[in-house]
Ligand binder design. Structure first.
Ligand code: MRU
Length: 345
């Protein structure tokens, strides 16, 4: 049973209830989190994940910390700092933890209300991105039925409801113009196969799964009309951090001559980070590479590099779609020249 009605997380009876994304696609389990420490652990192990998703979870984590440690400033600030640094690449986590933390002196109820507001804003943003993105795709591509390649998971599970890039695919499907979605598996943690294929299946959208390394080749073969991805952080110049493998798809898209579009809420745009080279890339360690879901796939002592994200330079990105603007990098527009709010639904 889908207890959370298609959403990734909710506040129910004094605790955060969230879909445990480490258990999908085989088991739909709801995790109940009622301490800041458990929230930090859930974010670190990717039970809740995706940039907007961890931003919302982080804000609720601050509320939980205030409830636990309201009278103990040292323990409160230690709990908030652990939440804030649980994952470094997506700007949403630190940004939403900071936003909730600015009002800790107003008490638990006020911080909880702020977390609810952040959650509501992300839901609204997802609906806007879906519409703006689908409009853009239909403008960019002169076909009645679109084939869309994507990476990682950017659906409701990664945000709260509908998501970012996957919200665009969902909107195209609802408009009856999606021929097929082509998610890539997304090694090493398989968010594309475990989560995106699961969400596409639930929405009844046609799709075929590819291994990551098939993505660029199938683009070169003409298998997709457009590539769409989410983002963990968009720098001021438009360089974009997203799941490892995104850069390869952007290169493949450029080679194939198909548009490459990033879809992310304004909460992921970080004007304080000048370019992609200043974005910290999370390294998640060797264990995720030398074992696959508990099965050893390389000798035990093998050293590995495991960057969880990469940077796609802005010159490979056709456009950025947010909930408040569409920036056409391919036409020389920039984040500075197209202000948020230039679009209204
Ligand atoms: O490591 P993850 O699964 O949290 O990585 C998520 C991504 O890279 C997503 O593409 C990004 O956060 C956008 S989610 C709407």
């Amino acid at each position: 049973m889908d207890e959370l009605a298609g959403r990734s997380l909710d506040w129910i009876n004094g605790a955060v209830h969230m879909v445990d994304q480490t258990r999908l696609p085989t088991d739909y389990e709801v995790l109940v989190v009622d301490t800041a420490e458990d929230m930090t652990a859930a974010i670190k192990r990717l039970s809740i994940r995706g940039a907007p998703g961890i931003g919302v979870a982080g804000a609720y984590g601050v509320a939980l910390a205030v409830r636990q440690y309201g009278g103990d400033p040292n323990r409160l600030s230690a709990a908030i700092s652990s939440l804030r640094t649980a994952r470094p690449t997506a700007v949403n986590l630190a940004r939403m933890v900071d936003r909730a933390a600015t009002i800790i002196d107003h008490g638990f109820d006020a911080v909880l209300q702020e977390a609810h507001t952040i959650r509501r804003e992300e839901i609204d943003a997802s609906f806007s991105m879906g519409q703006y993105g689908a409009d853009l795709f239909q403008d960019l591509i002169e076909r009645p039925d679109l084939r869309v390649m994507t990476i990682c998971n950017t659906g409701a599970l990664a945000a709260v409801e509908r998501g970012t890039a996957l919200a665009v695919i969902q909107t195209l499907h609802e408009r009856g113009v999606l021929r097929e979605a082509l998610p890539v598996e997304t090694r090493p943690l398989l968010q594309g196969s475990r989560l995106t294929a699961w969400e596409l299946d639930r929405m009844g959208a046609p799709h075929r799964l590819l291994v990551d390394s098939a993505g660029p080749f199938m683009l070169a073969r003409g298998a997709a009309d457009i590539v769409v991805t989410g983002a963990d952080r968009v720098a001021a110049n438009g360089d974009t951090a997203n799941k490892i493998g995104t850069f390869s798809l952007a290169l493949g898209a450029r080679y194939a001559g198909v548009p490459f579009v990033v879809v992310a809420p304004e909460s992921t745009v970080d004007m304080g980070t000048p370019t992609g080279s200043s974005i910290e890339i999370e390294d998640r360690g060797a264990a995720e590479i030398i074992t696959v879901r508990g099965v050893q796939t390389a000798p035990r002592r093998t050293q590995a590099m495991n960057p969880a994200f990469d940077i796609t330079p802005v010159d490979l990105i056709t456009a950025l779609v947010t909930d408040r603007r569409v920036v056409r990098f391919d036409r020389g527009q920039t984040l500075a020249s197209v202000k948020p709010g230039s679009l209204r639904r």
